[in-house]
Design a protein around this ligand. Structure first.
Ligand code: RB5
Length: 149
């Protein structure tokens, strides 16, 4: 079993454009033994604004109710922009395992965003597996992360 360097519970949320991928991810998290707290989108809601969901996920992390977060929208871009407005949140919109590796090793990323219109579930789950299994390297990278506030 692989070691996880990010600990749960996981705060996970999506808007209407990321609903299906969020479901796939929650199934995967369950299979991996992660607890998760789910935010948005109500199954019966037609639309939800991505910043409102990103804010809920980031607040859960800042309140130590979750160890890290996952946000899904159409592109992952809006979710990352919204999440990165929160001090202490370092959100990355990853489309490759290499991005996931470096975002953890160098940036100590604590929120992973996905675009359901950009990548399929197979790649998303592979990126997620790399993200949780990659440690932050610290050292010179800690100095830079501290500068972010
Ligand atoms: C919603 O249509 C879409 O704009 C949103 O999911 C996201 O892609 C924004 O960045």
């Amino acid at each position: 079993m692989s070691q996880f360097f990010l600990k749960g519970p996981v705060a996970i949320g999506s808007d209407h454009a990321g609903r299906e991928l969020k479901y796939e991810i929650t199934q995967h998290l369950h299979h991996k033994g992660f607890e998760f707290i789910e935010f948005g989108v109500d199954p019966f809601a037609t639309k939800v604004d991505y910043p409102s969901v990103a804010n809920l996920v980031c607040e859960a992390i800042k309140d130590s109710k979750a160890g890290f977060g996952i946000l899904v929208c159409g592109t992952g871009i809006g979710m990352a922009i919204a999440a990165n407005r929160h001090p202490g949140i370092r959100a990355v919109d990853c489309t490759s395992e290499f991005m996931a590796t470096l975002s953890r090793a160098h940036n100590d990323a604590n929120v992973l965003t996905f675009g359901q219109r950009l990548i399929g579930p197979g790649l998303a789950l592979s990126i997620l597996d790399v993200f949780v299994a990659t440690p932050f390297e610290g050292g010179r990278h800690q100095v830079r992360v501290d500068m972010l506030g």
